[in-house]
Design a protein around this ligand. Structure first.
Ligand code: NDP
Ligand code: MG
Ligand code: MG
Length: 340
């Protein structure tokens, strides 16, 4: 079982004297930079000249420099630009990493697949909030925190874990809980989850269900509601109460039908295919493909994106969501109205 850390496990002293260079001011970058600064850590935001994010960081009261200047001044360099550009940004800052400095990540891809190979005398750590940046920022500002993952890839100083814990504390994660993992486990489970279940698995399941109904002559509107729209209700129940919470909430007919027919759809063949997807993640085949795809200017990615957007279910969905937008609005207004 993985260790879970809380506030009491973190000592602010491991980060308070240090300067952190936050490279990137997007989803994670803006949240880490502001939370660290408000926790009393010296922060310099590293952004390229002419970067659209520069004015945002300045308006938030932060010091801005180029990534190279920021890294030169820092003890901890937090790599929060998109994963696909990290190797290039790393090449520009590598010479600024001194012995005993830390290179800090929020995702393990580039280190795990050897796209970034930091020097032996530098600590390499990960603090990965399990949520998008605006939530990390909002939770911190509310005195709460977003759960996170922590990993140490290289401990050159003997203090890598304590420093990463202090960083996790300073961005609010230890308030909720921080799970210890490894770069390998974080990277491989993240890729597998998004490919087989969350992003790839769910959209293919939805499309297959929608097409089965419409091919059998049922209306596109009904197929959309039954196979896509209602997914939200089920996911909310799963999130709140796990599988038993969901099964308890649906009708007995839905429960019996689901328990007997779910495994007809997701059968041994699907499980075998999942193993293949996992193998490609583990042996680096997926990483090689994705890196080559980026180097080639994303030809196949662009094509697949366009095909996905052109699916019938998108037209039906746009129409129906437009039709029902007023009800979403009125729900929100009710939820925000002061209680009397
Ligand atoms: P974003 O896409 O939000 O990062 C955008 C920022 O990176 C902008 O400030 C942009 O500045 C800068 N940037 C983009 N390209 C370059 C470049 N070539 N050189 C310098 N700066 C550049 O990234 P995320 O916050 O989504 O991801 C950062 C890391 O966090 C990744 O490792 C990701 O896997 C991880 N992560 C992300 C989560 C999320 O929910 N988003 C959750 C957990 C981890 P400019 O204005 O110059 O373009
Ligand atoms: Mg330095
Ligand atoms: Mg992911």
């Amino acid at each position: 079982e993985n260790t879970i850390y809380h506030d009491d496990d973190a000592a602010h002293s491991y980060i308070e004297e240090k300067t952190v260079a936050v490279l990137g001011y997007g989803s994670q970058g803006h949240a880490h930079a502001q939370n660290l600064a408000e926790s009393g850590v010296d922060v310099i935001v590293g952004l390229r000249e002419g970067s659209a994010s520069r004015s945002a960081a300045r308006e938030d009261g932060l010091t801005v420099a180029t990534p190279t200047e920021a890294a030169a001044a820092a003890d901890v360099v937090s790599m929060l630009v998109p994963d696909t550009v990290q190797p290039d940004v790393y090449a520009a800052i590598e010479s600024e990493l001194a012995a005993g400095d830390t290179l800090q990540f929020a995702h393990g891809f580039n280190v795990h697949y050897d796209q970034i190979e930091p020097p032996e005398d530098v600590d390499v750590t990960m603090v990965a909030p399990k949520g998008p940046g605006h939530i990390v920022r909002r939770q911190y500002a509310a005195g709460e925190g977003t759960p996170g993952l922590l990993a140490v890839y290289r401990d050159a100083t003997g203090e890598a874990r304590q420093e990463a814990l202090a960083y996790a504390d300073a961005i609010g994660c230890t308030r909720a809980g921080v799970i210890e993992t490894t770069f390998r486990e974080e990277t491989e489970t993240d890729l597998f989850g998004e490919q087989a279940v969350l992003c790839g698995g769910v959209t293919e399941l939805v499309k297959a269900g929608y097409e089965t109904l419409t091919d059998a002559g049922y209306s596109e509107e009904m197929a959309y509601f039954e196979c896509l729209n209602e997914l939200k209700l089920i996911v909310d129940l799963l999130y709140e109460g796990g599988m038993s919470g969901m099964w308890d909430s649906v009708s007995d007919t839905a429960e019996y039908g689901g328990l007997t027919r779910g495994e007809v759809v997701v059968d041994d063949h699907t499980r075998k295919q999942m193993e293949t997807v996992l193998e490609d993640v583990q042996n680096g085949e997926f990483a090689r493909e994705w890196i080559a795809e980026n180097q080639a200017g994303r030809p196949s990615y662009g094509q697949r994106r366009r095909a996905e957007k052109a699916h019938d279910i998108e037209d039906v969905g746009e129409e129906l969501r437009g039709l029902f937008a007023w009800s979403e609005e009125s729900h929100r207004e009710k939820a925000n109205a002061p209680a009397d």
